[in-house]
Design a protein around this ligand. Structure first.
Ligand code: UFG
Length: 321
């Protein structure tokens, strides 16, 4: 019998890639999303869609009562800057919303959840690559909400035998190569979506924040992980939960670092034209370098990223323009 998976936030950027992968891997998929940032068009054919909010406890309980075998929870507000200005929005959506999901799981005896966490839980890196034993000291409210949810998962594991896999994503980028998912963020805050708006003429120019970091070319280094590789990890995490009945917290990154300047140079090559940009001062809270040690994900899930070439990753975004 096919396992029935409830993907909460399944119409969003990462969620829609997860839905696609779960269907390919033979899961039955139910998507629950309020479409606040996602697109119904991006939900792969074969998934059943229910429009709903994680703050609506009644509807969540109703959906969770439909013989769900496991949950993938990707519904969250995710703009780091906004989380420092309007933390109350993040408290409500990310914290209250996630507790509503956990309560609905308990009410309906659903035991397994894959949670979309973030490298933002670590805060300023004390060493790189960062493994899961690295101290947890989020420096923004968004990162704090992700950690607080992980802590609740740990408690619910102890007290209610909810088993979870928390996946700490590094910098998620790219699109499915078959161009089946296209929805763009309305007001992107991340580097590659911003660069692509400049590449397509939607935006005049962009800034590289800081060229005086302690890195090869003075610009920040990040670990860019392709969304298809992230999606694969969710499918493997569900398999693992169903067979091992144990909880895990795992980094997802390539382990490779790419500087902002390298991203810009690689994009210019991929798109075949020069980009209009200038150097600006550092952005508050940006560490020099953030790369993942994802050995544990490879040991526990047998996961390995397929997209390790940054030009190939960028091509998958240009591909859908
Ligand atoms: N950057 C620029 N110009 C821009 C935008 C970004 O130079 O216009 C730089 C940033 O300073 C940073 C790099 O590009 O050095 C990447 O920045 P992003 O905003 O794309 O991503 P972050 O590394 O700041 O954060 C992302 C997610 C977080 C997550 C983190 C985990 O937004 O949610 O990755 O690694 F926690």
């Amino acid at each position: 019998m096919k396992k029935k998976i409830l993907v909460i936030g399944g119409a969003g950027y990462i969620g829609s890639h997860v839905v696609k992968k779960l269907l390919e891997d033979g899961f039955e998929v139910l998507v629950y999303d309020n479409l606040s940032s996602g697109y119904e068009d991006n939900i792969s054919k074969g998934a059943f869609f229910i429009k709903g909010d994680i703050l609506d406890e009644e509807q969540l309980n109703e959906v969770m009562s439909q013989n769900i075998d496991g949950v993938v929870h990707l519904a969250a507000k995710k703009a780091v800057g906004e989380s420092m200005e309007k933390p109350e929005i993040y408290a409500k959506n990310n914290l209250t919303g996630s507790l509503n999901i956990l309560n609905a799981m308990i009410n309906n005896n659903v035991k397994y959840i894959v949670f979309s966490s973030s490298a933002a839980v670590y805060g300023m890196p004390q060493y790189t690559p960062i493994d899961e034993k690295h101290p947890i000291m989020p420096i923004n409210y968004y990162g704090y909400t992700k950690r607080a949810i992980e802590e609740n998962l740990e408690w619910f594991d102890k007290l209610n035998k909810i088993r979870f896999v928390s996946l700490r994503y590094f910098n998620a980028v790219g699109y499915a190569e078959d161009k089946s998912i296209r929805g763009k963020e309305k007001n992107p805050q991340n580097l590659l979506p911003i660069i692509m708006e400049v590449a397509t003429g939607k935006r005049k120019d962009f800034s590289i924040f800081g060229n005086d970091y302690n890195t090869c070319d003075g610009t920040c280094i990040r670990d860019y992980i392709h969304v298809t590789d992230l999606a694969k990890a969710h499918s493997l995490a569900l398999d693992k939960l169903f067979c091992a009945d144990k909880s895990y917290t795992l980094n997802l990154g390539t382990g490779l670092g790419t500087s902002v300047k390298e991203i810009v140079d690689a994009t210019e090559k991929v798109i075949g034209k020069k980009l209009n940009y200038s150097y600006a001062s550092r952005r508050l809270g940006d560490p020099d370098m953030l790369t993942a040690n994802a050995t544990l994900a490879s040991e526990v899930l047998g996961w390995a990223p397929e997209y390790t070439d940054i030009s190939r990753i960028i091509s998958t975004i240009w591909n859908i323009e």
